[in-house]
Ligand binder design. Structure first.
Ligand code: MG
Ligand code: ZN
Length: 225
């Protein structure tokens, strides 16, 4: 978990943090797991979300918040086509989602009737890491096509997440991706990080990822209020 706080220590919360806490309160009250999915553009956030919805449909009640910089509804339409309620947040060119945007989107779902809300953040490896949304888990989707140096170049993002999905592993035979170098960079920054090498295209590795989501949901839904 990335959002540890020491209760005795007085901390002046900035406006975003206050709204993130409010979002967390709403999710907790309805025992809804919130996931914040971050990645660079093209790593496969939407593909991962769609594959996850396919596997969890019928097991959990799902909803998706799609963050986009422009009012293009391509990703939301794919989610809706999968039979899952989706709300599109247009950041108006902004490069990240903030807690206020996510709060507005959450208000459009019946959280009492929702077990899992997946937030697709704006494709960007820099500032999404700095804005808490109130979700329970931060997930980073990296892809082997981005290269093995990304943990070294974007340490804040890699430090700030609870799970790392390494997508497109079906392409490894065609790339010079050094898995050891990548893993070493990740473990230096975030020793506890759960890493899921997978391919959204072939389905390889998806089971372990889905189990992690279900385990996170069990933790949230069993928590005493
Ligand atoms: Mg997308
Ligand atoms: Zn930004």
């Amino acid at each position: 978990m990335t959002e540890k706080r020491i209760p005795i220590v007085e901390k002046i919360l900035n406006a975003n943090d206050r709204l993130a806490d409010r979002n967390r309160g709403l999710l907790d009250a309805s025992r809804t797991l919130g996931l914040n999915v971050m990645a660079s553009p093209g790593a496969g956030k939407t593909s991962l979300i769609l594959r996850t919805l396919e596997r969890l449909r019928g097991r959990l009640r799902l909803a998706v918040i799609e963050g986009d910089t422009a009012p293009v509804t391509l990703d939301s339409e794919k989610v809706l086509a999968a039979g899952v309620p989706a709300v599109q947040v247009n950041t108006g060119g902004g490069c990240h989602l903030d807690a206020a945007m996510v709060g507005d989107a959450l208000a459009q779902f019946d959280l009492e009737e929702t077990d899992l809300v997946i937030v697709e953040n704006v494709g960007n490896l820099i500032c999404p890491a700095a804005f808490r949304l109130g979700t329970h888990r931060n997930v980073l989707v990296a892809s082997v096509t981005e290269g093995d140096d990304k943990p070294y170049k974007y340490p804040k993002m890699y430090r700030n997440v609870d799970a790392l999905v390494l997508n497109k592993i079906d392409l490894l035979p065609h790339l010079d991706f050094d898995a050891d170098r990548f893993r070493k960079g990740v473990s230096i920054l975030n020793e506890e990080l759960a890493v899921f090498p997978l391919s959204c295209r072939t389905g390889e590795g998806l089971d372990a990822w889905v189990e992690w989501v279900l385990a996170a949901y069990s933790t949230i839904s069993a928590r005493r209020m």
